[in-house]
Design a protein around this ligand. Structure first.
Ligand code: ADP
Ligand code: MG
Length: 240
């Protein structure tokens, strides 16, 4: 589903991604961890072409992103992204936030889009919030609306960039529960997070990044019990 081959990226002179090789299969859940500034968000943003790569090859859902003729709008319809800050439209209700893209981009008729939006709102556990505006929702509820909004486009891949980092501790669990359900249903997911419990329990594979490189990757049990690299051990000793 996603294939990085010797991908490099620079911001000016700054070498942010270094020789990234990474294959993610359909239905796989990959969690990316690593210190701040190590390139995790940049790697994620390359997948939906919010960032362009400087060298190497990147293929996502059979689209070669390094080909200038690649249909980026088409690509993005198949990829949902959830950010740390929920970025909901403040003057639209939960239901309107969720149904907007299907109506505008997929041209789904309004009745159908609204019906589906209600289903996604139920799926994330807050059907009673259909007519609430973002300011009337807690952070955890807003993030669940943001996930429902991503799902409404029926994506093949969901990208999560620190989806719980801006939340109060008591709301983290409800968002992780929604993500866990999605993983169980077979969604292809790439998740940047500091939630090591989630990584251990839900990931098929954990990737540790440092200074723009993939330093280590492994199945979670092996990764957490028996990290191979000194830098991984040092990082884990600080976050666990
Ligand atoms: P992470 O998500 O792991 O914290 P990022 O991918 O956000 O790391 O950033 C990696 C590095 O690239 C950081 O040093 C950051 O300052 C730098 N960086 C990120 N975006 C840009 C940009 N648009 N222009 C220049 N430098 C950037
Ligand atoms: Mg980041």
């Amino acid at each position: 589903m996603i294939q990085f081959e010797q991908v490099n990226k620079y911001f000016g002179d700054f070498h942010v991604l270094k020789n990234i090789d990474l294959k993610i299969h359909s239905g796989e859940v990959v969690v990316i961890i690593g210190p701040s500034g190590s390139g995790k968000s940049t790697l994620l943003r390359c997948i939906n072409r919010l960032e362009t790569v400087t060298g190497g090859k990147l293929i996502v859902n059979q689209t070669d992103l390094t080909d200038p003729r690649a249909d980026i709008n088409r690509l993005r319809q198949d990829i949902g992204m959830v950010f740390q800050h929920f970025n909901l439209y403040p003057h639209k209700t939960a239901l309107e936030n969720i149904s907007l893209a299907p109506r505008k981009v997929r041209k789904t008729p309004v009745d159908e889009a609204t019906k589906q939006a209600k289903q996604y709102l139920s799926k994330v556990g807050i059907p009673e919030k259909a007519d609430a505006y973002p300011a009337q929702l807690s952070g955890g509820q807003q993030q669940r609306v943001a996930i429902a909004r991503g799902l409404a486009m029926k994506p093949k891949i969901m990208l999560f960039d620190e989806p719980t980092s801006a939340l109060d501790p008591e709301m983290i669990g409800e968002v992780l529960d929604v993500m866990r359900d999605l993983a169980r249903e077979g969604m292809t997911m790439v998740v940047v997070t500091h939630e090591m419990g989630f990584a251990r329990e839900v990931a098929d594979r954990v990737i540790f990044m440092d200074e723009g490189m993939i330093m280590e990757e492994n199945a979670p049990a092996e990764f957490f019990q028996n990290p191979q690299e000194e830098r991984t051990r040092r990082f884990l000793s600080r976050v666990l």
